[in-house]
Design a protein. Structure first.
Length: 683
């Protein structure tokens, strides 16, 4: 079975090798500005990927020449497990029939890559999408979603004849049964990579391999992607190359030869990524060595040792380099082409440092006065009705436990919580309290509280109450808090918060702020590398090019935004929920994006559509959530499913992977939805 190695595009009659590179069609067909380079490659385990390759491995759909596509040791282990469990499925019974069909028609070579077109889908969703292709029901809205759309389109373009679709349908049905009867449980127990193993691989990539290959990745515009580590695979992996102008659609699948050695899979990923530049299995292996050699001969030697081992050579020989080159011979023209690409690497060219990319003008920065105020509002549980909570549901309980441990519970704030909450909820005018600290982005907690107390006590003629750190807030708050009732509430609240700061929160905040440093950096990095380049045009048009982003642990999924002066980035302030960990900053970034939508939500042209029964504020928030999803679909479609999942999880929705569930939870009038969508489409 001899096949071409590299095919670009999704034209008719694809002829692919078992581990070649495909170029994914853009999910939107739009040209966008290329993103800034970023080392955003994530290693992961994918049940949908493993299920598919598990089936092909059991069938024996391998290649005769070149590196094995599937791991024969894995097949042996699985067969022993199936025999011990007494399991027999359609996959066993139809194995010979499937293999004959796959080998007799070149289009089924695409099966070696198909799961990479469903990087966000569960096994069930991937199989639903492929069943829709087989049944010619690809317009079914329950099946087509951000997690399946690209895969469905790709498969529909590949399998055009009735006979091809019939085989596809039979194979999908067999995989459904395989998952239900055997592989679902087997995967969770034996195949899925544990978090510790993945973390070790990720660290090795982030700290060792990624930086060494960064110049090559930049030259090839392979800024980000997913690396699926899959036990059924052999040493010949898979690669799907995304649109260079999308930068987020790249996917790689590599083998796991030994769980005790986390490096082989990571080095294999370098070889797979090389298929963006070369055509041919041996050339790709050689390319990986040359890429690493330019920055680290030691890494190149380790890479060569792994691939010499794959070829059955002597890895302890002094002439390891010679053995490596003999095992993986490449044409002189191929070697020269790789050398030219590597020479374009800014590190290899002799520069001491790669020039820094300009950072986004949005700066992620914690603020004690913001955290103090929102902490206080969360403690008294001064929330509002709406689709999303203003404050973290668990925050008040967690803080109470901390105070008890430190012997400071209850504070004045705890004692007055019920009274303050009732008084704030009695008057819509007090809704401004949920935004108040964002009007003091450059004041420290003591300064903010002094100013607020002066307003409550009508000491606003005191010159010391004014300054660049408070701007016009004294005057503005004096107008807002004009009545005795309002000033009385503000005074009681400020006094309680002042004691809270002095007795407990100052020390607590300093401890927590230091511990969260890596989380802030993760949010900044994700925004700068993935979102800011993608959304540059949209942000410029909306005059949202810069400002201050303040993550706060007390904030719930409903964030806050204050735009004081759209021409002065320092005066635009957003506060959103804190990321749960350094590894998971996306919920914070998605919440930030949703808050930026309020500038569009409050567009006067939209106001005429936002009428009818229901709470107006509730409607505004739903529009903002949907607006963020439209932005993701248009500018970064591969992350749109993640956005929806975060906001479905925020309301406890049982379904967290379907477009229909998202649109049902955040329902909008079709005219409103179309207006928002149209505004986002306009570049």
């Amino acid at each position: 079975m001899t096949m071409r190695r590299v095919v670009r595009g999704l034209g008719l009659g694809l002829a692919l090798s078992g581990a070649s590179v495909l170029t994914s069609g853009s999910a939107w067909g739009q040209e966008v500005e290329p993103p800034a380079p970023a080392a955003g490659w994530d290693l992961m385990s994918g049940s949908q990927v493993d299920l598919w390759y598990h089936a092909l491995a059991l069938i024996g759909f391998d290649q005769i020449e070149g590196l094995p596509l599937y791991n024969i040791l894995y097949v042996q282990r699985v067969q022993e497990a199936r025999e011990a469990a007494g399991v027999s499925t359609q996959l066993d019974q139809l194995s010979a029939t499937f293999l004959e069909a796959f080998q007799n028609e070149a289009v089924f070579q695409n099966f070696h890559f198909l799961p990479l077109y469903f990087p966000l889908a569960s096994p069930e969703r991937m199989l639903d999408g492929l069943a829709a292709v087989a049944d010619r029901s690809v317009s079914d809205r329950d099946v087509v979603g951000p997690d399946t759309r690209n895969g469905i389109r790709t498969a529909a373009a590949m399998f055009r004849s009735g006979d091809q679709r019939e085989v596809l349908g039979q194979f999908v049905a067999a995989l459904r049964q395989e998952w239900d009867v055997f592989f679902g449980d087997y995967w969770r127990e034996q195949v899925a990579l544990d978090s510790g193993l993945l973390a070790a691989m990720q660290v090795h990539w982030d700290e060792v391999i990624g930086p060494a290959a960064n110049g090559f990745l930049e030259e090839e515009r392979m800024f980000t992607g997913r690396i699926f580590v899959s036990a059924p695979l052999g040493p010949d992996g898979r690669m799907l190359k995304g649109n260079a102008f999308q930068g987020l659609e790249n996917a790689v699948a590599v083998w796991l030869p030994d769980r005790a050695d986390t490096t082989a899979s990571v080095y294999s990923a370098v070889r797979e990524i090389c298929f963006s530049a070369v055509d041919g299995s041996a050339a790709a292996v050689r390319c990986g060595s040359m890429v690493l050699q330019e920055t680290s001969p030691a890494l190149a030697a380790e890479y060569q040792r792994i691939w010499v081992s794959v070829a059955g050579g002597d890895t302890s020989a002094v002439t390891l380099g010679e053995i490596f080159e003999k095992a993986y011979p490449a044409q002189v023209s191929e070697v020269e082409a790789i050398e030219q690409i590597v020479a374009a690497n800014p590190v290899a060219a002799g520069d001491d440092e790669v020039p820094e990319q300009p950072l986004s003008a949005w700066v992620v920065q914690p603020k004690a006065q913001v955290d103090l105020w929102f902490h206080s509002m969360a403690v008294i549980q001064a929330d509002q009705p709406g689709p999303l909570a203003l404050y973290s549901a668990d925050y008040a309980r967690e803080i109470r436990e901390v105070k008890m441990e430190r012997g400071v519970y209850p504070t004045m704030l705890d004692q007055l919580a019920d009274d303050l909450r009732d008084r704030i909820g009695d008057d819509p005018a007090f809704d401004q309290f949920h935004f108040l600290p964002l009007y003091f982005p450059r004041a420290d907690p003591e300064r903010m509280l002094d100013v607020l107390l002066a307003v409550a006590e009508r000491r606003t003629n005191d010159p010391s109450m004014y300054g660049p750190d408070v701007g016009n807030m004294v005057f503005n708050l004096s107008r807002l808090m004009d009545g005795g009732r309002e000033r009385g509430l503000l005074r009681d609240l400020v006094e309680a918060i002042t004691e809270e700061w002095n007795l407990f929160y100052r020390d607590y905040w300093e401890e927590e702020d230091e511990a969260r440093t890596d989380r802030y950096a993760a949010v900044q990095s994700m925004w700068d590398s993935l979102f800011a380049p993608k959304l540059a045009g949209y942000l410029e048009r909306r005059r949202l090019t810069g400002g201050l982003l303040v993550p706060s642990a007390a904030i719930g999924p409903e964030g806050r935004i204050v735009e004081s002066d759209s021409y002065n980035p320092r005066d635009q302030v957003v506060s959103v929920q804190m990321p749960l960990s350094t590894e998971r900053p996306e919920a914070t970034v998605y919440a930030f994006l949703k808050e930026l939508c309020f500038l569009l939500v409050d567009d006067q042209r939209l106001a005429r559509y936002m009428t009818g029964p229901g709470d107006f504020e509730d409607l505004r928030r739903r529009v903002a959530v949907r607006c963020g999803a439209y932005i993701m679909e248009f500018y970064a479609p591969i992350m749109a499913a993640g956005y929806r999942r975060v906001f479905l999880d925020a309301v406890g929705a049982e379904e967290s992977s379907t477009v229909s569930a998202f649109e049902r939870v955040y329902a909008l009038d079709p005219e409103v939805a179309e207006f928002v969508r149209e505004q986002i489409r306009r570049r």
